[in-house]
Design a protein around this ligand. Structure first.
Ligand code: ADP
Ligand code: TRP
Length: 336
């Protein structure tokens, strides 16, 4: 039986961080043996909010290199850059005729971004979900690993596929959001204010590109408090986040030790030492991130290798994309 098609995209709008790793990339790596995977850098999408392209090429290269450093194998998956696949732009054009202004204006991400950039509410921003639908439908992907904030875009992709099929015949399958195990880890920023993010609150986000010293510094400054007042207290979000990180990068024994210390602490008898916990976490984080950072830097420095990987990815993606586009053109009747 043919493997199901999995697809996801990541915008090159900043540095990848631990939230991206545990919330997205680690899942991609698990999927690569079981599914027919397409992963791409959504550089056209980034132009809707980041028209200045000075950093764009470096950012695209870094996302590709970091994905490989995290374990994606460009031989197993199609790893490509969106703008290398012109078939996506043509499908976007057809889908635009099936998307209504009213529904696009009602999209949550559109309203949020329009509020953030009132002087640049461009048509690309409005039709962002149409381009995203084209990204997905061009490979007839059925499973899309994304976070909760993308559910509405996926629903729109299903609507556009349905409308297309209804009008022109059954060509495009309806994609669904998909994640392993169902439960998604969310990594909060180290001051407990919101989640780690590509471009906001950088001093409280751990980036895959951070140096050892910077990682240590950020973790040692992470928000803590006096410790629990009664044994087995509930943990505040920012403390829970440190435990979550420890469970992800430290040995089970180390994580358990601090868990036990926390649960045995009370006012006047505080066994947990957050300073020690952060020191342990910092060292384990350095051990975890250093090989990823070094591998990513080595790939980024090797422009020939990078360009080979990107070309190879584009070829794989275009093969699948052009097959879908032929079916789409035939269905519409634009085949002369
Ligand atoms: P950012 O918010 O940093 O710009 P994106 O929105 O581009 O990141 O998200 C890319 C992927 O990483 C998505 O699948 C998203 O769910 C995941 N992700 C982003 N931030 C986090 C986080 N702090 N914790 C867990 N997953 C995250
Ligand atoms: N909109 C997604 C985000 O902000 C990125 C993206 C673009 C994407 N095209 C996609 C994700 C196709 C999944 C499938 O994270």
């Amino acid at each position: 039986m043919a493997k199901e098609v999995v697809l996801s995209g990541i915008r090159p709008t900043g540095f990848l961080h631990l939230g991206n790793y545990f919330g997205a990339m680690r899942n991609y790596v698990r999927m690569q043996d079981e599914y027919n995977c397409y992963f791409f850098v959504a550089n056209w999408h980034s132009l809707t909010t980041h028209p200045d392209t000075k950093e764009l090429q470096t950012a695209v290269h870094r996302v590709i290199a970091e994905n490989i450093a995290c374990g994606l194998d460009p031989e197993k998956v199609a790893l490509y850059v969106q703008s290398d696949v012109p078939e996506i732009a043509e499908l976007y054009l057809y889908l635009n005729m099936l998307a209504y202004k009213g529904e696009l204006e009602k999209t949550t991400t559109f309203k949020d971004k329009a509020r953030l950039q009132p002087d640049n509410i461009n048509a690309g921003l409005l039709t962002y979900p149409v381009l995203q639908a084209a990204d997905i439908l061009i490979h007839r992907a059925v499973k899309v690993p994304v976070g909760k904030d993308q559910e509405q875009h996926l629903e729109m992709a299903r609507n556009f596929a349905q409308r297309f099929n209804h009008r022109y015949g059954d060509v495009l399958p309806e994609p669904q959001a998909f994640n392993y195990g169902g439960e998604l880890v969310k990594i909060l920023s180290l001051d407990g204010n919101g989640k780690m993010s590509k471009s906001e609150n950088q001093l409280n986000t751990l980036y895959l590109a951070d140096t050892d010293d910077l990682l240590r510094k950020k973790i040692m400054k992470a928000k803590t408090d006096q410790g629990p007042e009664t044994p087995n207290s509930p943990k505040p979000d920012y403390i829970q986040n440190l435990f979550t990180l420890m469970r992800l990068v430290s040995t089970p024994d180390a994580a358990q030790k601090f868990e036990d210390d926390f649960n045995a602490s009370s006012t006047g008898n505080c066994i947990i030492r957050y300073g020690d916990m952060k020191k342990q976490l910092a060292e384990d984080m350095v051990t975890f991130i250093t090989p990823i950072r070094e591998k990513a830097l080595a790939i980024q420095a090797d422009k020939i290798l990078l360009s080979h990987i990107i070309k190879h990815g584009a070829e794989k993606a275009r093969e699948s994309a052009s097959a879908t586009l032929t079916a789409v053109r035939n269905a519409i009747g634009v085949n002369y």
